[in-house]
Design a protein around this ligand. Structure first.
Ligand code: FES
Ligand SMILES: [Fe+2]
Length: 384
């Protein structure tokens, strides 16, 4: 990194810190405990925004599918015979029955378990026993209901709105920003699901600062100085930047790189990325953490004001899996430990915030991104 760039990043960091934290306080209690606020979030955020639901490598072959729960809805995400990725509501067009109960699988068609109406993976109804005896019945009128679906850097997003902003438009501010990380070709080595006793916003706020790192993450703090954060996305729905990794180290249990690089670090222009970890929050349910040797992604699914399901995947370069130096567990174990440290303090925050003694507290200058995240949240909720 050039001195000029470094100075610019530092200035940007200071400006952001001043702008978002001057007088900024944490959100009032109701945002973390109220069923009414939770219901409003489901309506204004989770039923209207593009939501991360998976990665295209989960359904690599035609016929592969997975089932995903989005709020109260269940969706089937499938790769059809032409290799197009599609999404459908998991609802039979006959009498509404849930079509698929499992979490994932491979099939040539989707058959309803009730009366065996059968749909192609493109959603068309292809078989409906005895329905040809019904006057005027036309199979073409009973395709599965599609859900809006799109891909960004290989990640699959869905949107439950009737007429959402096109995905390309939504992600336009990030166009090309991550392309050298090769994320569309990466494969997950592991997924861990966490059931966290905390409001989903506490998870975002926790992810967005390293003020807590020295006390909460002693091992992480030895590898990446907590005060090295430099932000390059400072307002709006996409927030974050990077932190330094100590020279020659990696964020793993051993401290050594655990796999073939993912981000084109052979490019001399990007040599400095070898010593950085990039953290971005993508509103409203994705945390994207790009390391030189792997990419970690959290998907957040709020279950109630006090509970959030989190799915965490560790992605590697497809060629990394075959090599003798592939030590994915070294990274997985490191972040599983670090994740649990975070979930623990988030759960403690939830407990304290629920108390009658709680009052919004002041953010520090090292919490400019949580403050900016709160601003965006309130804007989307129509409350600023
Ligand atoms: S409800 Fe699906 S076939 Fe009858
Ligand atoms: Fe943390």
């Amino acid at each position: 990194m050039s001195v000029a760039t470094h100075t610019t990043d530092r200035r940007l960091f200071r400006r952001t810190a001043e702008r978002f934290t001057a007088g900024a306080k944490t959100l009032p209690q109701r945002y973390f405990v109220s069923p009414e606020v939770f219901a409003e979030e489901q309506k204004k955020i989770f039923s209207k925004h593009w939501l991360l639901i998976g990665h295209q490598s989960q359904i690599a072959k035609a016929g592969d599918y997975f089932v995903a729960e989005v709020g109260d809805e269940s969706l089937i995400i499938a790769r059809d015979q032409r290799s197009t990725i599609r999404g459908f509501y998991n609802v039979c067009r006959h009498r509404g029955t849930r079509l698929k109960e499992g979490t994932c699988g491979h099939a040539s068609a989707i058959q309803c378990p009730y009366h065996a109406w059968t749909y192609g993976l493109d959603g068309r109804l292809i078989r409906a026993p005895h329905m040809d005896e019904v006057q005027g019945f036309d199979k073409a009128d009973y395709s599965l209901h599609p859900v809006n679906l799109g891909l960004f850097e290989g990640f699959i997003f869905v949107n439950l709105a009737d007429d959402p902003m096109p995905l390309e438009e939504w992600f336009a501010p990030l166009a090309g920003k991550f392309s050298h990380w090769n994320m569309s070709i990466l494969r997950s080595a592991k997924r861990i699901e966490y059931d966290v006793r905390a409001n989903w916003k506490l998870i975002f706020e926790n992810y967005s600062e390293c003020y807590h790192c020295p006390g909460v993450h002693p091992a992480l703090s030895k590898l990446t100085p907590y005060d090295s954060a430099e932000n390059d996305l400072c307002e709006g729905p996409f927030l974050g930047g990077f932190m330094s990794i100590n020279k020659g180290k990696s964020l793993t249990m051993s401290g050594n790189a655990c796999a073939l690089g993912v981000n084109g670090i052979a490019d001399p222009g990007r040599a400095h990325d070898r010593d950085r970890v990039f953290y971005y929050s993508i509103f409203p349910n994705m945390l994207l953490s790009m390391h030189p040797d792997y990419v970690m992604v959290h998907q957040l699914w709020p279950q109630s004001p006090k509970r959030t399901l989190i799915m965490c995947d560790w992605f590697f370069h497809p060629k990394a899996f075959e090599r003798p130096d592939f030590q994915s567990e070294d990274a997985i174990e490191f972040w599983d430990m670090t994740n649990k440290q975070d979930w623990h303090v988030c759960a403690l925050s939830q407990q304290g915030i629920a108390s009658r003694a709680y009052q919004p507290g002041p953010y520090s200058p090292r919490e400019s991104i949580p403050a900016a995240w709160d601003q965006e949240y309130l804007r989307v909720m129509g409350q600023v």
